[in-house]
Design a protein around this ligand. Structure first.
Ligand SMILES: [Zn+2]
Length: 310
C-alpha cells in the first residue's frame, strides 16, 4: 500500500475548530505506532499544480483562496477557517491524491491511503464550504480522466453528503458517485431522488439514512447500492471519500458505527476494487473529529484493506 502523510498538513491552522491540527497529528502518530509507516511505501510528491486545481475550480476562486491565505483571513465561510499555511496544506493534499492516482493507475501498487487535510468533499468549483478548501477527490478523479481513464467510481461514506463532489460530476457519466450519509443533516443535499442529470442521469446514487440506523443495516445499504452501480459502470479505478465521522462518539457527525465496522467496510471495498479494477483503490481522508476514535477507525480501515490482499 502507498501511504501519503506529511507534517505540513499541520500548517493549515484552524485553532479551536473541530477540523484541527490535532486530528492529523494523532493520525500520523497512529500510522507510526501501528507499523503502517514501516509496512507501506512512502512516496514523495508535489503540491497540486494550478492546472490540476483548475480542472475543478475556477481561476477566480483559486485566486481568492490564495489571497485569503496570504492575508491569514480566518473565517471565510460560516464553517471554514483559513490561515497563512492553508494554501500549502490544501495543494499538498490535492497533490497527494493526484500522485496516488498516477501511481495506482501505473500499477506501482494497487492501493493507496492519503492521510490528508483539509478535507475536500464539500468544496464547490467556485467556493470553500464545510471545512473544505479544494475538492481533493474531484481534482483526483479529473486527473484520472486526464490520464485516459474513462470510468471512475467515487464512494463517499463520510457521515455528511459529498455535495461538492456530486456537483462537479452531476452531468458527467464517466464518474459515478455513491454517497451514504445521515439525513436530515448538514449540508442538506443528497436525497435519494438526486441521481444526476443529462448524460450523467443514473450515475449518482444517494443513500440518506437516519441517525439511529443499525451498523449492519448501514453497511448492507452501502454494499448493495454500490455493487449495483459498480456492476453497471465497470469502473477502472475506485476512489473513496473516507470520512470517519459516522463513528458513534464523533462530536460533529455521529451515527452508530464503531471502528470494527470500518475494518469490515475496508475489507469490502478492497474486494470490490479487486473484482472490478485489479484492486485499484485510492482512499482519501475526509472527516472524523474524535481525536482518539478517528485514528482508531483509520487503523481499522487500513487493516481491512490490507487483509483483503492476503
Ligand atoms: Zn463529514
Amino acid at each position: 500500500m502507498l501511504l501519503y502523510h506529511h507534517s505540513d498538513f499541520a500548517l493549515h491552522n484552524t485553532q479551536s475548530h473541530p477540523e484541527s491540527v490535532a486530528r492529523i497529528t494523532n493520525v500520523n502518530q497512529m500510522l507510526a505506532d501501528s507499523g503502517w509507516v514501516e509496512r507501506c511505501t512512502l512516496p514523495t510528491w508535489n503540491p497540486a499544480s494550478h492546472v490540476q486545481c483548475q480542472r475543478n475550480h475556477s481561476r477566480t476562486y483559486l485566486k481568492e483562496l490564495e489571497d485569503w491565505c496570504q492575508n491569514d483571513a480566518g473565517r471565510v465561510e460560516v464553517d471554514t477557517v483559513v490561515s497563512k499555511g492553508s494554501w500549502t496544506a490544501a495543494t499538498l493534499a490535492a497533490g497527494a491524491v493526484c500522485d496516488a492516482i498516477e501511481r495506482v493507475v501505473a500499477a506501482e501498487d494497487n492501493t493507496a491511503f492519503c492521510a490528508i487535510r483539509p478535507p475536500g468533499h464539500h468544496a464547490l468549483p467556485e467556493s470553500a464550504m464545510g471545512f473544505c478548501l479544494l475538492n481533493n477527490i474531484a481534482i483526483g478523479a479529473l486527473h484520472a480522466r486526464s490520464l485516459g481513464l474513462n470510468r471512475v467510481l467515487i464512494i463517499d461514506w463520510d457521515v455528511h453528503h459529498g455535495n461538492g463532489t456530486q456537483a462537479t460530476f452531476w452531468e458527467d457519466p464517466s464518474v459515478g458517485f455513491v454517497s451514504i450519509h445521515r439525513s436530515p443533516f448538514y449540508p442538506g443535499t443528497g436525497s435519494a431522488d438526486e441521481t444526476g442529470s443529462g448524460k450523467g442521469l443514473g450515475t449518482k446514487v444517494n443513500i440518506p439514512v437516519a441517525a439511529s440506523i443499525a451498523p449492519d443495516e448501514f453497511l448492507k445499504r452501502l454494499f448493495e447500492s454500490t455493487e449495483k452501480i459498480a456492476n453497471q459502470m465497470k469502473p477502472e479505478l475506485i476512489l473513496l471519500s473516507a470520512g470517519f465521522d459516522a463513528h458513534r462518539n464523533d462530536p460533529v457527525g455521529g451515527l452508530t458505527l464503531e471502528s470494527e465496522h470500518y475494518l469490515q467496510a475496508g475489507n469490502w471495498i478492497a474486494a470490490l476494487a479487486r473484482q472490478h479494477c485489479s484492486g485499484k483503490l485510492v482512499s482519501i481522508l475526509e472527516g472524523g473529529y474524535h481525536l482518539k476514535h478517528m485514528p482508531e477507525c483509520v487503523d481499522a480501515h487500513l487493516q481491512g484493506i490490507a487483509s483483503e490482499r492476503v
